[in-house]
Design a protein around this ligand. Structure first.
Ligand SMILES: Nc1nc2c(c(=O)[nH]1)N[C@@H](CN(C=O)c1ccc(C(=O)N[C@@H](CCC(=O)O)C(=O)O)cc1)CN2
Length: 284
């Protein structure tokens, strides 16, 4: 079974659009998401464009602020401070990665936690790990939604996560643990990785290496979630971290790239923006 993130996100965005359509009358305005893009990285430009398109589909006001790669850290922090103070801004997102001269942690921490639609702020991360109310990071949230939509039971299953990034590997491991999976977190220093991945009932791959996971690394009938978005070095086409053609016949459920986790990331950003808006309106 192939889980279409494209189809699931379209369904969820239509439901959100119906909800947002009532906000004008209820609250006098719709949610406002501000996305800051620094530089011209083609992938980041594509993702930011996708976020603006999804905002329009859902009826969320979107402002995209584009700044040159040479912007200083101080200037970027100044923009964030202005957005934090703007009562008509409900969500703030700085597209990652940032240029090396800018401290990403400092930028993320500068965003008002209540407007942190990425769920990256340390206070949101702490709340996630303490099972307190928080804004969940978009990709991990989308992965859990895809698993549940596909009817995949998580409780009691062996889940293996490849990758330990702050924005995917770590938070998705915690969300799987919260769903009562037995979670193994792996990374570049894990020994005998194929031995570990073959134990997985649910395998989540988020390492940014094209077609890294091959058929011999996957157990027959496993659920495979591919978070990667890469360029295939041979064809130049978009591909994931999983060799889809080789693994798909073995997997019981698998997500494609493109059209899998990516669209769900953007869909969950819309949901987070609405949640932040409603919380600010005193409705959550
Ligand atoms: N501030 C943030 N920066 C980044 C995040 C994030 O959640 N917040 N995540 C990734 C990039 N990302 C969202 O920004 C993202 C990646 C991929 C997609 C997507 O829809 N991919 C498509 C194919 C891509 C394409 O066509 O160009 C797919 O998989 O179908 C959406 C969002 C790092 N930065």
């Amino acid at each position: 079974m192939i889980i279409s993130g494209k189809e699931l996100s379209a369904k969820l965005k239509a439901e959100m659009a119906a909800e947002v359509a009532t906000f004008g009358e209820k609250y006098g305005r719709v949610p406002h998401l501000v996305v800051i893009l620094v530089g011209e990285d083609p992938g980041s430009v594509s993702y930011v464009t996708g976020k603006a398109k999804a905002s329009a589909e859902v009826g969320i006001r979107n402002t995209t602020i584009r700044k040159p790669e040479t912007i200083s850290e101080a200037e970027l922090l100044g923009i964030i401070a202005e957005l934090n103070a703007d009562a008509e801004v409900d969500g703030i997102l700085v597209q990652l990665p940032l240029p090396k001269h800018i401290d990403e942690d400092k930028v993320i921490e500068a965003i008002d936690k209540a407007k942190d639609v990425d769920g990256f702020h340390p206070l949101n991360v702490a709340a996630l790990w303490q099972k307190q109310p928080c804004t969940l990071p978009c990709t991990p949230k989308g992965i859990i939604k895809m698993l549940k939509a596909a009817g995949v039971g998580i409780a009691g299953k062996e889940a293996v996560v490849i990758g330990r990034s702050n924005i995917v590997g770590l938070p998705v491991s915690k969300l799987l643990l919260d769903e009562n999976a037995t979670v193994t977190m792996t990374h570049s220093r894990t020994r005998n990785l194929p031995e570990v991945t073959r134990r997985a009932d649910i395998l989540v791959v988020a390492i940014g290496r094209p077609k890294f996971v091959t058929a011999d690394m996957v157990r027959e009938g496993a659920v495979v979630i591919d978070v990667g978005v890469n360029r295939d070095p041979e064809t130049g086409k978009l591909c994931g971290d999983v060799d889809f053609a080789a693994v798909e016949p073995k997997a019981s459920v698998i997500t494609p790239v493109p059209g899998g986790v990516g669209p769900m990331t953007i869909c969950c950003l819309m949901e987070n923006t609405i949640e932040c808006f409603l919380r600010r309106m005193g409705r959550k």
